[in-house]
Design a protein around this ligand. Sequence first.
Ligand SMILES: [Zn+2]
Length: 491
Amino acid sequence: MSQVTRIIPSPPTTLLEFVSAKYPMYLETFKFSNVKNNGKDFAEAFYFDSLISVTDASVSTITNTGAVSWTIRTRRNKILAEGLSGCPKYFTPHDSYGDELFGIFDILIITKMVIEYQQVTKGTLVIACDNDASLNAGTNKEYAVKYNQKYFDLMWAIQDILTNIPITIIAKKVQGHAEKKKLRLNKYEKLNVEMDLKAKQFRSKLENKTVRHNLIHFDASRYSIWIHNRRVSCDIEFSIKSFIHGKNMKIKLHEKGDLLEDAFDLVDWHAIAQASKMLTIGEKLWIAKFTSGFCATASQMRYREIGKTTKKKHKKTIEDEVDNIAPWNDDLCPLCKLTRANTKHVLCCTDSEATNFRTDAFLQLQEWLTIQRTNPVIIQCVIGRLNGSNADTFSSHMMEVSTDPIDLQAAQEQDRIGHTNFLFGRVSRYWKESQRRYFLHMFPTKNYSADAWFKRFICKIYRTIKSIWKYRCDQVHGMELVMTSKREKRP
Ligand SMILES: [Zn+2]
């Protein structure tokens, strides 16, 4: 008779064994982490006092890399656990909100693992972070998260943990970069400075590929949308549209000669998508028509005229001329009468009145940029180039005012993208980086956002070129007919 033997797995003898048996998707979180004494000290400390934890992220929008550092300690500063982590690659660019949120997620994962392994039943953990929005989203289990919110999947995973651990979580705001603002730092601020430094060092290792760490699994199977191994956690619509149409758009713009293929990827398309959310529907439609060359310029009207006459004979009458619906006999610019007019020409027409109007419009842009606390170097370079001649470059104007490599890179990339494309809102992401550094240097105590500035900047460019288009239409058609849609005409 054969003997039946049942193999009973032995219980895990270390924290890591426990994690790999029960939560294998969290193993990667432990790769660059150190939980002292298998979490025994951590668990015991809960019975004496509340514990404190601090996290900070380091993000580069240039290399699109993010890293976090975190620490969990007793109030007497005894280290219970600490770690480093690379942040997930998303379909959209990294930002500090998402990466700081990810740091909080790491703290929660480690805490949950220790609590379960060491069977902790009560306790209090303070989580400190210098990004208020991340802190609020990462510690509030009542927060109702919808799929169209940024990092919805990460927040759902966080809420899963928050609602399933038997300890109290307390959010603690910390001032970021406090070392630049005051002489005496409190406990949290000191740790924040330390975490900031460690996160930076780890990010640099990721960028130099001396370590590899790309944590992408928030949970075993749920909440995930993926495009080519990159997680879609923000702007689902933008991500899907970019994935489907991006390549075709790149080819089309290259074929048209509007934007060379190698310059396409220098444009911050995501910022453009973000900026367009701030526009009215009318503005969005107009931008799409203008940048694609579909607005009713002379060449478009002539093109449509030719199409019309091949279908049926259209005879021009005096009434047509008076009512401004006469056929277009050529595609010359009605203002300078020198060049074939398309939307690009509208932005560089050499007619003296048109040139004066543009100079005024760029002066207004300059004033607006000043009010928006724009890096003066950016203002001088951009306005200098816009008012300059065709022989000018962004680089030549930038070199007059700055030697900073980021500023020079912004100008060089913009030269490759092009001057007209700049006015179409197609801007290098290095402008934002230059502005981010300027804010940090000039206003260290304020939380001015370069992302928000960049969105407003793109919108302002759109509104500036729309005013130039409106001027052109005023001159061609007379004031009252211009920019008045059929809908607006109705009483
Ligand atoms: Zn012209």
